[in-house]
Design a protein around this ligand. Structure first.
Ligand SMILES: Nc1nc2c(c(=O)[nH]1)N[C@H]1C(S)=C(S)[C@@H](COP(=O)(O)O)O[C@H]1N2
Ligand SMILES: [Mo]
Length: 220
């Protein structure tokens, strides 16, 4: 996968770009009440919708790799067995998609991003990460958000391997940001001094994407 890879245009891509231009789903409420679990403008679902650019890569664990590079002391290139040998963690969290659905109480297993950070040791100038996936998808987030207590490089959901459609064999979960930041089929993490826009961020979506502040679109 190279930086020149452009995921194909799909109907969903076109629609979501138009929503960003129109400011669709913005409620104007930005403060988080103490007792409120559902972010503004969201509704609860019980199923788990599939959203992506329409290409769901098939990645065998034998050929799977995770490359971690950029401004770090110890760059890593991990195969599946190397990745599975890292400390394992459990997390329970909600997910919030910018298309307005939220799903509560998802149980994840995998490698906490903090444990990966312990291995690679970002240099002091590292401020953001850029994530690249096997389908050509990219997304960016502040290092602080990537390093959140709840953030996990997940291999299991509810005790089962994450299915291909939901980003298996490994996807990121950063539950306190909109789900587009949670890259499925993740294969590369670049630590950067400074921010750069990923796929949706170049298409009108917010650089940070905090659902509690309703940071849906750039300019919100
Ligand atoms: N690699 C990759 N990751 C991705 C996407 C994608 O198209 N490709 N879509 C994002 C978006 S917009 C959402 S809402 C979630 C959807 O995850 P799900 O299909 O497991 O619900 O994945 C995010 N991660
Ligand atoms: Mo999304």
């Amino acid at each position: 996968m190279t930086d020149d890879t452009h995921p194909p245009e799909t109907k969903l891509t076109t629609t979501k770009r138009r929503w960003a231009a129109d400011g669709k789903f913005l409620t104007g409420k930005v403060t988080r009440p103490e007792d409120e679990r559902l972010p503004p403008g969201q509704h609860l679902v019980k199923d788990w919708p599939v959203l992506d650019l329409g290409q769901q890569p098939i990645i065998r664990t034998e050929s799977w790799r995770l490359d971690v590079r950029g401004v770090v002391e110890h760059p890593l290139s991990l195969g599946w067995a190397d990745f599975r040998a890292l400390p394992q963690s459990d997390r329970l969290s909600d997910m919030h998609c910018v298309t307005t659905w939220s799903r509560y109480d998802n149980r994840w297993q995998g490698v906490a991003t903090r444990d990966l950070l312990d291995q690679v040791m970002p240099k002091p100038e590292a401020s953001h990460v850029m994530l690249t996936s096997y389908d050509g998808y990219t997304t960016n987030l502040p290092l602080e958000d990537f390093a959140a207590e709840d953030a996990i490089l997940a291999t299991e959901w509810e005790g089962q391997p994450i299915t291909r459609t939901h980003g298996g064999p490994m996807r990121l979960i950063v539950p306190h940001l909109y789900l587009w930041k949670s890259a499925k089929w993740l294969t590369r993490i670049d630590f950067r001094a400074g921010d750069a826009a990923g796929f949706w961020e170049k298409n009108g979506y917010h650089m940070r994407g905090d659902p509690w502040r309703e940071e849906r679109y750039s300019g919100d």
